[in-house]
Every structure is written in C-alpha cells, then in structure tokens.
Ligand binder design. Sequence first.
Ligand code: GLU
Length: 446
Amino acid sequence: MHDRLTPVFEEVVRRNPGEAEFHQAVREVLESLGPVVSKHPHYADAAIIRRMCEPERQIIFRVPWVDDAGEVQLNRGFRVEFNSALGPYKGGLRFHPSVYLGIVKFLGFEQIFKNSLTGMPIGGGKGGSDFDPKGRSDAEVMRFCQSFMTELYRHIGEYTDVPAGDIGVGGRELGYLFGQYKRITNQYESGVLTGKGLTWGGSQVRTEATGYGTVFFVDEMLKRRGRSLDGVKTVVSGSGNVAIYAAEKVYQLGGRVIAMSDSSGYVVDEDGIDLYLMKDIKEKRRGRVSDYVDERGGGARLVTGGSVWDVPCDVALPCATQNELTAEDAASLIRNGVVAVAEGANMPCTPDAVRAFQDAGVAFAPGKAANAGGVATSALEMQQNASRDSWNFAYTEERLHVIMRDIHERCAATAEEYGAPGNYVVGANISGFTKVADAMIAFGVI
Ligand code: GLU
C-alpha cells in the first residue's frame, strides 16, 4: 500500500473495530490507489480519502413487529448514507441474519465507487436488517417491512436517498416498503425506491439487470481475448435474482450453465441447467436447489458439502455472497482451466483468490464493475420516474448494454493509463475514485 494511504487504513481499522468486511473492502480500494496518488498527489490532500472512508451519516434503529403467533419480534435496521458527492445516496437493502453494521458499511463503501463507475448521477449508500425472511409468511414479511419503513421513511426521498433491493429484498418486500412509504407520506413519490413492480413505476430490465450486466461484461472481456461465450461451460454460484439472470444471459449468448447452488448444496447438470424449472422453483415457490434435482431427474445431481467451484468450467460467476470463493476454490478453478471470472455478487472472492486469478492470467472482473448493471438500471428507473415515462424492454436493455460496454472500456483504459494493463480491479477502483474525489474537492470541506 502507498505510504500516504497506510495511515488512512490504520485509522479505519482503529475507528471501526470488529468490522472485518468493511476493513477488507477499504483495503482493497486503498491498495489500488497507489498509482493515482503517486501521479496526482493532490488526491491524498485535504483528507479526501479519509473523508471518503467515513460515512456521511449512519442510522441504526429498532424494528419491532408481531409474528403470526402473536409474539413480538425484534430486529435491528440500518441505513448507511456513505457519500453523496455525485447524487442522492443510492444502494440496496439487505435482509439477512448476517447483517450488522460492518456488512452494511462494506456494501455502502463499495457502492460509492460502483455507482461512480456507471456514469450515472448517484451517490453511495446501503441498508438492511438482520431480519431473516426465510420461512416467514407473506403477512410476517409485510409487518416487518411496514415497521422498517415506519422509521426509514424520514431519512429517504427522491433527492436524498433512494434504496432498492439486495439479498432477501425483492419485488415482494419492495412492494410492502413502497406501500408503507406512500401511506405515511401521502405522496406517490415513485423515485424514492427502485426495483419497483412494472405496474407501479418500476423499470423493464431492472429484475434482469445485475445478472445480464455481469454477462455483458464477461462478453467484453472475452472479446478482448479473441473469444466469445459461444459454447462455453459456465458455473454460477447462488440461485437468487443475480444468478438466475446471469444464467439466462449466458444461454442467450450461446453458453451453457452446468452448475448452480444455494445454502443446501449445489446441483450439477451437464446437459445444462433447465432455467425454466429453476426459475419456477426459486422465484415462484421459494424452494431449494435440491427440489430441482428431484424434479429434473436425468443426469442432474445434488452435491452437499464440497464447493461448487470444484466443477470444471471455462467461466465462473460467483453470484451468491461475500467471501464465498476462497484461494483454495480459485486454485481448483485455475487447475481446471477457467478463462474468466466475474463477480455478480458483492466481494464474493477473497483477496487471496483475486490475486491467484490475476497471477494465473485469468480475466477477472470485480463486482464494482461486473455487477454495476443493477444499480445502473436503477438509475434508469429514476430517470423514467422523474420524467413520468416508461421505456420498453428492448430500449432499456440496449441502454444497459451500452453502459456495461462503457464501464468495461473505462476500466480497461484506466488500468492501462496507470500501468496495470488488463487489471480490472485497479481500473475500476481508480476510475470510480477520481470522479468522486474531483466532486468532493470542488465542494470544499464538507
Ligand atoms: N443491491 C444492488 C447492488 O449491490 C443494487 C442497488 C440499487 O439498485 O440501488 O448494487
């Protein structure tokens, strides 16, 4: 790490004790910024980088709700408004038992650079709760969401902070959240949330955007190496929204998805995962990948224990959650000849795994670049809401495609400019950083 950045990192660790994921996310960015600080030392002045590591505002609140048995349940809600230099705070809400301040801060921090990279006018933020929607009835999820929004509403707004979904927050949850916001404020303020349903202000392609965008990015990386997705064997971890639509785009571009996973294990289907069935199980029935194996029959098999990354493939798309792909997994992917890896999830590869891919010459796309299509399409949703317009699927998908091509170009060009050709991590971090830093410098000490 550059010697002007080491004390910044040490301060972050000291002031945010126990927040391992946040430290990891900050370290990854600071380790990339050496060349920019050497070339343009003014970026290390005026505490710009120190300020960037300190959220503008952190909100933590109590979320009480009543379950179906009439018992009072208690969760904790968070919204970290990290940086608003480029636009209103923007980023999803995650409902998962692992959520605590350190997770929300890591996600919010990454969101600053990701959002900057999209080229859209959006700042960075993130929120969520340790609420676990798994096994809860629709009525329980509704009561939880209503209680959550009863506090959150006072902090958000079309020009202030615009939440969306993330793990555990999809169309159902966003519906309950928007309904409660609308009721409390007595305003139909569509632009306050993104990921809305298509009949009430949502955008075409938002559901598909994160997964589609990740694969558009892979396509660009492969093209640069004179290859394409045609006929490639792909492994996708996870089977939620990002994974399903990444898989769908792999098929559309001529590839084949041979494995997917969830917390119950992973399924291998060498004939190609039947996405129609997988979607029905995951999106409609909220089932498990084990149900897929039972219903699909044939050569599909379920593996419990071990790692989905043991399945040999050309392209690997980690689309589940943070730190799911370790150095050991990277070693086995490399041994099996993986050509490209793109992070559909946020920070799914451990730092050692990333290094291993880069040392082995594997094309590696960090989440900030590869999965930025989701939030970019959220910005397109905001644009449609602001102009009271709604675009068709083909037009919106083309906008997403262009955005992903631009992000790829921007990362590749920046990496080249700063002496790290082909290093998309350096490219994404520096390019995301300079734009935010320039705005912060313009605003003075605030
Ligand atoms: N949660 C998504 C992400 O990690 C999307 C955020 C948004 O659309 O605001 O980027």
